[in-house]
Design a protein around this ligand. Structure first.
Ligand code: ZN
Length: 144
């Protein structure tokens, strides 16, 4: 399982993660590809974290951003293929809350872990299973 992203986009996400520290930051991932092996992120859309829980360990994409992105990609080859968020606790794997909130089969989940705002960030990718989106499989990140 592989996902392609440009180094610039990843750098942009890691900067956003540092700016939001110690809170979680989030973004929608736009791209194309039907199968797991050829998913390609073409655009990242940072969104406000509107969680009603503690934003230090949870996130919710601003639904207004979701709707505007969905409108924008309608009729194009692109679609929302996943979500990115940061883990200010330094752990780059999906949390239990992430599993509970993962509803979209085959979405890519990019997670940037950092444990301080000036630490080196580490980003990992996972994919929600088709049959059971609450289960994540590790995914390789390829730079375009
Ligand atoms: Zn998380």
């Amino acid at each position: 399982m592989k996902v392609t992203i440009s180094k610039d986009q990843l750098t942009e996400l890691e900067i956003i993660a540092k700016q939001a520290f110690p809170n979680e930051a989030c973004a929608l991932l736009i791209g194309h590809g039907e199968s797991v092996s050829d998913l390609c992120i073409t655009q990242v859309k940072p969104a406000k974290n509107v969680t009603k829980c503690d934003s230090k360990d949870s996130f919710e994409i601003d639904p207004l951003v979701y709707f505007s992105v969905a409108r924008e990609v309608r009729g194009t080859e692109n679609k929302v293929i996943g979500v990115w968020h940061s883990h200010p606790n330094g752990l780059s794997k999906p949390s239990d809350a992430d599993s509970r909130h993962s509803l979209e089969p085959s979405w890519v989940w990019l997670i940037t872990a950092l444990d301080s705002c000036d630490a080196k960030a580490e980003t990992k990718a996972y994919q929600a299973e088709l049959a059971n989106p609450s289960i994540f499989q590790p995914c390789e990140i390829i730079f375009s």
